[in-house]
Design a protein around this ligand. Sequence first.
Ligand code: NMX
Ligand code: MLT
Length: 434
Amino acid sequence: CNDIKSVVAAAIPAEQERLRNIKRAHGTRSLGEVTVDQALGGMRAIPGMLWEVSLLDAEEGIRLRGYTIAELQRLLPTVNEGGEPMPEGLLWLLLTGQIPTKAQAEAVSEELRRRAALPDYVKRVLEALPADAHPMTQFAAGILALQPESQFAKAYEAGLPKSRYWDPVLEDSLNLIAKLPAIAATIYRKAFHGGDYIEPDASLDWAANLAHMMGFDDEGCREMMRMYLTIHADHEGGNVSAHATHLVGSALSDPYLCLAAGVAGLAGPLHGLANQEVLRWMFDVQRTLGAQPTKEQLTQFVWDTLNAGKVVPGYGHAVLRTTDPRYTCQREFALKHMADYPLFKLCSDLYEVVPAVLLKTGKVKNPWPNVDSHSGVLLQFYGIKEESFYTVLFGVSRALGVLAQGVWSRALGFPLERPKSLTMELIEKKFAHT
Ligand code: NMX
Ligand code: MLT
């Protein structure tokens, strides 16, 4: 069957039964204790929610529905033989739990093309914003402006029973994912090409159409975009964008409201905006040290950044304790397609220099590069030069993971999320006599 909705519908009853069994058999068991340090320290490693579509291991990196990035590159359908995976195939996998056939991935492509048109009022909202508003502000506004389209919000108001929530949430999610390339491209063309918009091409897949509407029709750029939109899709549930989307969804806010919240979180410099920050920092390196800095000069530059009280963007991670496999995947792409590109050489040189410096600080838990450390190099190579736009591309991809999980959160009847907060006084009193 090539119809994604039917395949999801067929998978739901068994997963509901599985969750009931887990509750029945293990509901009262402990998943571990929570220390004061964890409560004060951003809740690191506290297991407090279910997230079915991906799982992160500190040493191995992300698995999406059980598959590593390298496995996905081998197993997901591609447009070109031996080429990069289609993000539509990943969406099928995230929603159904099964690796799709090429026909199934193409059916998702078709489904998204059918739903892709952007209402005129959304274009007008985007046009009303100042052209120099940050692209992430425009992206969040564009997503929010689409909210009147929500089928879930209408169905809920009309009294839809809880057992059917997942259906209009899936409809909303597919509609939203379908329209994100048009929102992103509208922002890009408005901000950087004076509002000279490009119509979608009905013969292209989701990622290639995004590149096309932005003004890039080179097949190399399309392949890069397919890879980029696949590898940024999900990073389990605790990262800021996923968690924000999930939290807002738990109040039964519709997918448009949820994704706008997630995207607002992605816009922070410690999260998705780091890809913009990396490029600016690398340009700063080039401006200060010239085109071919030595390793010694780079080392000093990293120390200068730290001594100025700033973070080295693109390095470190809240969970990972190794080089991010999404970094490695992009590095392999660069080695294949742009081995002699000077910015890639700088990126590689920094890989040799930064971890040792971060380790010497004695406080950074993970000195290795994350996904954002590399993505800008690829985008620059294909002519997408405006780094303030990079996080929008991250957001287009991240929608796949967080919205797919949103469908399952409703299908499995997840409750309102409402953890306990504390005050300093409460902690002081609790441990006063121990
Ligand atoms: N440069 C300088 N200092 C760092 C870095 C870095 N790249 N990474 C961690 N530290 C510091 C951190 O600020 C903290 O300092 P302090 O105690 O003075 O507050 C200390 O090292 C311990 O932090 P960790 O426990 O290692 O990291 P944490 O889990 O708190 O934060 C990040 C994780 C990702 C926020 C952090 O590594 C960072 O700020 N990295 C740079 C920004 C970045 O690349 N973000 C993108 C992450 C990926 N993404 O897309 O979201
Ligand atoms: C992500 O992709 O969300 C980032 O690597 C951040 C995280 O996992 O915390």
